[in-house]
Unconditional design. Structure first.
Lengths: 183, 183
DNA sequence: CACTATATGGAGGATTCCTCCAGTTAACAA
DNA sequence: TTGTTAACTGGAGGAATCCTCCATATAGTG
């Protein structure tokens, strides 16, 4: 990709995050293009659909949330680390319209490069957390990374109304209790 | 409401379910109106927004899924009844575009009459299941109906891709194990 | 510097949304 | 049955949004 194209692409993503945060993901895409100082055609070339733009906008943030797993595992026992990490993740999703949707599409598909990269990051993070728990004998051995990813995605999708943040935190705790149950 | 209005309303809902099932919830609403044999204005009068229509379309099905809890509880121990009921629910949501979204809006709000009714049905069903488990000493006592509703909503929202049905079934089983854990 | 593949912007046709209002009809009383 | 009225209906059409096309501009290369 040409350097100018890369810059415009980044500008579009930045603008998209801002606009989505302020006014939701249903906003006309012209607004995003204007905010990015870019023609509407440029936006559509980089992101053919609204969904592609939403996914693109949050891929970076999802990646950042995946860092720091090592630190958590160093400071906390595996079960608490998993709980804390998932709660932190869901906390970041709440109030960011579209981010849960982006997470879901990243979890279920590896269609394009960016999605595949994020998918790998999320799965790697969850795998570290899961392995730590299994190695410590805290988690049952039949739980898969897919299970954790599905739970994370589901809980993220269900936040978005007042009070649902607390509820999501509770759900995560109950779920991880299930992961621990000697079943 | 006048009798003719009630009939048209029902026709719109039937058409909406059909069209949503065939072609997703993003379909132009003109299509729904045409299929229902109704003017577009009539559709908009009964359902001012697309979301209202989606919710309305699935309220009935959600209600039906809530029946039969008694029978489950008669045939199965409370934990298996809860698992079976939730799995059955999520199974019905899969492949019905928009139904998960309808469930979520019904769970989080009681804005209008239809939503309030469905909300009550879902909560009543879950309450029976929860109480049965708590009474039997199988479930921890600090789990709330809200928790179960949130989990059901979250798991429903995360289905919708091949293989996610099985995963949802697994998630429900793990979650209910968490509900049982003696915390 | 010249050349070319690549990227750009915005006009505008196509689609979809959603409101308005003139005409129709169900419900009810006499 | 008939008259009255409040409620309901359909669809035209203005407004908003989508998304493609293509003439122009520019980065990258030798």
């Amino acid at each position: 990709m040409r350097a100018d194209a890369r810059a415009k692409r980044a500008a579009v993503l930045t603008a998209a995050v801002d606009v989505f945060t302020e006014r939701g993901v249903e906003i006309p895409l012209d607004e995003v293009a204007r905010r990015a100082g870019v023609g509407i055609a440029t936006l559509y070339r980089h992101f053919p659909t609204r969904e592609a733009l939403i996914t693109g906008a949050y891929v970076q943030q999802i990646g950042m949330l995946c860092d720091g797993v090592e630190k958590l595992l160093a400071d906390l026992p595996p079960d608490e680390a998993l709980i804390t990490w998932m709660q932190n993740f869901v906390g970041h999703v709440a109030g960011r319209p579209g981010m849960a949707q982006a997470l879901k599409s990243v979890v279920v598909s590896t269609d394009h490069e960016a999605a595949a990269l994020s998918h790998a990051k999320v799965y790697t993070a969850l795998e570290e957390l899961l392995d730590a728990g299994v190695d410590a004998g805290l988690f049952r051995a039949d739980v898969t990374v897919d299970d954790l990813a599905g739970a994370l995605s589901g809980f993220s999708l269900s936040v978005g109304s007042p009070g649902s943040q607390d509820r999501a935190d509770r759900l995560i705790r109950i779920f991880v209790d299930g992961v621990k149950a000697t079943g």
